[in-house]
Ligand binder design. Structure first.
Ligand code: GLN
Length: 230
């Protein structure tokens, strides 16, 4: 049983949970999603983690009372090989952790650099990540415990055989190419929109709002490749 932690701070958390569980079914991995709300929810049994989007300043403030972000950063320090997927504000939290912490991904990132909320957009992007045979499967939109059905936009029906990834950018940050010291894994034209630094993957778009599960599959495959001492 794989245990995937999901920071329940803000953003499309339920969509991330749905994305992980649906790709876990397709890849035949037994996965439990652990919803992380307080510092004490983060323990060494968590093998991989998702930092969803939202508003990074709000996420930092919201996490203070329960110490969630600090616990997540401590967990990353203790288990450097365990994978983390940061989407949008989650990417900001990986690249600019806080005051005295060393960045978990070596790239500079500028917040809100595409403009205001109404400048949010969808565009096909190029992703250097293995396309999965299962990525065209239709998504299961099961209501969660609150009766909320995950919202899915973008490539809802899948486009089997096409390499383009449906990029959903919501008041997104931008990576700076100067000083970049990690692998580029997604581009929108010449623009870098996804990077990987070892076990950490940061994207400025929202893969959880599409039915292309490559990034969630990456997280599970990294967990599967961990050794018992990781
Ligand atoms: N604009 C947000 C921030 O600066 C990120 C937006 C998002 O996660 N969709 O934190």
């Amino acid at each position: 049983m794989m245990r995937v932690g999901l920071a329940m701070l803000q953003g499309a958390r339920h969509e991330h949970e749905e994305a992980i569980l649906s790709i876990a079914r397709d890849l035949n991995h037994d996965v439990e999603v652990i919803q992380l709300r307080k510092g004490e929810d983060v323990d060494s049994t968590i093998q991989g983690l998702i930092l969803p989007g939202g508003e990074s300043t709000t996420m930092r403030i919201a996490s203070r009372s329960e110490g969630l972000l600090d616990a997540i950063y401590n967990w990353m320090n203790e288990h450097p090989n365990r994978p983390v997927l940061g989407t949008c504000a989650g990417a900001i939290l990986l690249a600019m952790p806080s005051n005295d912490r060393t960045p978990y991904i070596n790239v500079n990132i500028s917040r809100n650099a595409w403009g205001r909320q109404r400048q949010s957009f969808e565009a096909d992007i190029e992703v250097e990540m293995e396309r999965l045979e299962t990525s065209g499967v239709s998504i299961q939109r099961t209501p969660d415990a609150f009766g909320h059905t995950p919202l899915v936009v973008g490539d809802v029906d899948g486009q089997e055989g096409e390499d383009a990834f449906p990029g959903v950018f919501i008041r997104a940050p931008r990576f700076e190419s100067d000083g970049l010291e990690c692998e580029v894994i997604a581009r929108l034209g010449d623009e870098i929109v996804g990077v990987r630094d070892g076990s950490k993957c940061a994207v400025t778009f929202h893969p959880e709002l599409t039915n292309d599960r490559r990034f969630h599959a990456w997280l599970l495959n990294e967990i599967a490749a961990l050794s018992p001492t990781d």
